[in-house]
Design a protein around this ligand. Sequence first.
Ligand code: NAD
Length: 428
Amino acid sequence: MKATSYNPFETAQKQFDRTADLLQLNQATRDLLRNPIREYHFSIPVRMDNGKTKIFRGFRVQHNDARGPSKGGIRFHPQETIDTVRALAMWMTWKTAVAEIPLGGGKGGVICDPHNLSKNEQEQICRGWVRQIVKNVGPYEDVPAPDVMTSAQHMLWMLDEYETIVGEKRPGFITGKPVGLGGSLGRKEATGYGVMITVREALKELNIEPKNTSASFQGFGNVARYAIELYQQMGGTVVCVSCWDQKDQTSYAYRKKEGIDLQELLSITDPFGGIDKAQAEALGYEVLPGDAWLEQDVDILVPAALENQITQENVNKVSGRVKIIAEGANGPTTDEADQYINERKIFIIPDLLANAGGVTCSYFEQVQSNMNYFWEKDEVLGKLDVKMTSAFISVSDFAKMNNLDMRSAAYVISVDRVAQACQDRGWV
Ligand code: NAD
């Protein structure tokens, strides 16, 4: 399922407009929140290993910072577009608000494919990205983080460049750093665990024991694998995962009806979350077309790869047994598909709530970095559980009280908090 002409920013704006109507926001607040407050487009010249210089396109979008410094990841992706970055930045604003952490929303990206870049070339892109944007980011302005195809190593190169330019140690500039060099314990688990904490709470509401459930995942990267880890600890069975196959330039779904073995699959997974097809077959996995993850006869679906994956065209393939869709990825469901899911009364845990564990732990990392005092892993994960559970309960209570679906409830709560902050500051 490749992204086609779908424009995630249009989806994000539509979602915002609907919420603005519900909240009866005034025109100035709508005009302010409908678009990013600032955005930067720049070129990053990189001397490639072959001695030639190549120019990469980079972006940073700061959607809103009324509640605190902008916060959001940097994606490396060959199909990155400014509208994708704008949508993701807006979603970060709502996400930090729904999780009740004192941050705004931002996002960045570089159009590149790390699969085809050496380590040195990737380092030069990271350092070049920071050189172009250094005046407009920082621990109290805008704090980047890893996202699709960027890692702790990329963050460390960026931090090193930033600290070299500003001439002092400022580990709070960026999050997702390696543990021991300003990173937080629990960060790598945080997004996936956060997804499963919300699933655990949804199962409680539906009166279903996790051990009696099964799930299918799209994606086998950072988010999916830790969500799977916690889900299996809760007693659930994962029957299918899908991921991108770099060699064949398509996606495949790997199925084992009795349940996948996480460690076994991880042992045949590349650093980008792609599974070795031949080895998976040898281990007894059925290899199906990538879309098959959506069609499994399971209780829980977790899209944890890309945006725009559950669409009008494929949503009717979702099995009648599915009770929960937990959006690990950002924007995996289109508007039309969302309506269908609501009609089917499937319990949707929207992205801004389900995957807020990542930014929550990034906030913990920022706090620890600024204090230069680091917490034990249990403390981090305990605080994460408290924050995620309380965000879930606020949204779910609000949804029930106002007869709204979970996505609308999460939007109303978060847009209201941001609008209020803008009004209190006297911006609108
Ligand atoms: P990742 O790069 O670690 O993994 C992405 C996974 O998706 C890989 O397994 C890849 O093979 C798979 N994939 C790519 N294209 C696919 C396709 N067409 N079909 C099936 N699988 C495909 O990324 P991640 O960090 O796990 O992020 C996944 C999603 O979660 C993204 O939408 C990201 O924005 C969102 N997210 C991530 C975090 C975080 O902390 N990492 C936080 C919040 C949201």
